[in-house]
Design a protein around this ligand. Structure first.
Ligand SMILES: [Zn+2]
Length: 280
């Protein structure tokens, strides 16, 4: 997964930069992102990312597993609502201590970035953190200042010409890294939506002001949500390029192209997703 040594190194670096929240995804998760980007066609898809918490100066949310969950939205073309039965199952896995942390991920069939609904849902996402875990979390990561919820990032895979991963948080700047066999293959630090893309910020605000998008929250709540959104934007092709090929094939006769190997891996992932879907 990722060695404690690497974690400590990142932790030291983060302390110097005054960051105390790290979001790490493993190769399995990166494969899931690439796979689901390909699978997303007309409707939104998604599921939960699950992982462990590691803490020193900073809190590291290390996502290494996932559960694909059916979209029960009545308008799946432009919204994702995970099947509540599966959501309860996932919540139990966390409560039983199988995982420490979870996050919702969903896809957009087009290349649209996070919507105002995505950002408001993340902020209002209620998930009761088990008391044993709560005591280990730094106060900053218990959102809405003292409520019994942990701070979870949102993940979005926007498809389209070039699939893009967005990881976003409410009110928490963070460090993001993708790791493979303990090696960091990609990393970045978050930027604030308001500073990075003021026109998109304005656009999202206007959608609510003009009543084009309804979120069921007062406009000030929406403004603060947008104002405190932090995110990283990762080109998925770039992530994929940095992964090492999994299989080494010897001998001319048995030679298999990387493309075929990739196809095979993709097939395997698809079967794995289906298997997990059946489990729920
Ligand atoms: Zn969305």
């Amino acid at each position: 997964m990722i060695s404690e040594d690497t974690l400590r190194k990142i932790d030291r670096w983060m302390r110097n930069w005054g960051l105390d929240y790290a979001i790490i995804v493993t190769r399995d998760i990166v494969d899931y992102f690439t796979d689901i980007a390909r699978a997303t066609d007309r409707v939104e898809m998604g599921g939960f990312l699950l992982g462990k918490l590691w803490m020193n100066h900073a809190a590291f949310y290390i996502y290494h597993d996932f559960v694909q969950v059916r979209n029960v939205s009545s308008t799946p073309e432009n919204s994702y609502i995970p099947d509540p039965n599966s959501t309860v199952e996932v919540a139990w896995m966390v409560r039983e201590g199988k995982y420490d942390v979870l996050a919702v991920m969903h896809t957009h069939p087009d290349d649209a970035a996070f919507s105002v609904v995505d950002l408001v849902s993340l902020r209002t996402f209620r998930f009761h953190v088990p008391p044993a875990l709560r005591s280990r979390l730094p106060p900053d990561l218990v959102t809405e200042r003292g409520a019994s919820q942990g701070a979870y990032p949102g993940f979005l895979v926007a498809d389209g010409e070039s699939p893009t991963l967005y990881c976003y948080t409410y009110d928490l700047p963070f460090y993001f890294a993708a790791v493979e066999d303990g090696r960091i293959i990609y990393d970045d630090t978050s930027v604030r939506l308001f500073d990075e893309d003021p026109s998109y910020y304005k656009y999202l605000e206007r959608c609510v002001e003009k009543g084009i998008v309804k979120v069921g929250k007062p406009i000030d709540f929406v403004r603060w949500t947008l104002f405190f959104t932090h995110f990283v934007k990762v080109p998925i092709n770039e992530l994929e390029k940095r992964l090492s090929p999994e299989i080494v094939i010897g001998g001319r006769e048995g030679e298999v192209s990387i493309r075929e190997i990739a196809e095979e891996i993709r097939e395997k992932m698809k079967r794995e997703i289906e298997r997990r879907l059946r489990q729920l």
